[in-house]
Design a protein around this ligand. Sequence first.
Ligand SMILES: [Fe+2]
Ligand SMILES: [Fe+2]
Length: 328
Amino acid sequence: MPELDQEKTYYSAINWNDVEDAVDKETWEKLTEQFWLDTRIPLSNDLSDWRTLTQEEQTLVGHVFGGLTLLDTVQSESGMAMLRETVRTPQETAVLNNIQFMESVHAKSYSSIFSTLNTPTEIEEIFNWTDTYPNLQFKSKRINEIYKNDDPLKKKIASVFLESFLFYSGFYTPLYYLGNNKLANVAEIIKLILRDESVHGTYIGYKFQQGYKEQSETKQQDIKTWMYDLLYELYENEEKYADALYKEVGWEEEVKTFMRYNANKALMNLGQDPLFPDTASDVNPIVMNGISTGTSNHDFFSQVGNGYLLGEVQPMSDEDYDIGLTKK
Ligand SMILES: [Fe+2]
Ligand SMILES: [Fe+2]
């Protein structure tokens, strides 16, 4: 081994054979195993269902997906970049790179849905609404402020709240339709997204817990207070958002139950006690049915959903290159 020159900067190559934290490797494997692209889902098969929806319902779907596009944009453009600044291991950087790319896939998926179901004028209206609607803008602004200015643990809290809580006011709609046997292909995309978000929230929550355990008791208490205050603040805004989105169709109270149930799950990912009394049995069973049936698996360690399997891979042999040649 050559002698190190103290004056020089050396770069460390990532070594996956020397993994400090097995969770990094497990998460990498899980995320790459469940890789998917929006272009492989036959969205146009949902057009006949789409035409049966009322005008109010179609507007709701458009706005809900506009809101989800914005959250995925925040995660892909600034969230992961900010979390990457304070990693504990080189493998964590690799996992965050994967997450960042998938957030771009998620954000793009909604545009595939729009181009299938909506007219260009409707798409324009959806993006104008998304880019200006106050309760929606509030969420992205608040989370982004934390990403830009706060300490590493607070950034992770914000990210888990986004992944495991804020998405669910929007996920409610496609899950509701799926539970009613409508828009099955749109829902397939949402379930693939939901399956990714579930891993993202668990992983970033785990990284938070590692750092949190190393803090003094006083500091832990400060972080805890800050975390619950932020959740209240986001929840209050989410209530207004749900009221505005869902009042036309009359689902606002059941959406709030679903939000509270998922807020508790976000806290669980961060290793904290639940805040709300709501449990899975309080959520509209049609929506829970939408989550549990069909193709994708919702929990962290299960395998790829049965509705979306990657092709079987075989190693190549010399004969594979004998294109157009007669076999000897
Ligand atoms: Fe996402
Ligand atoms: Fe995510």
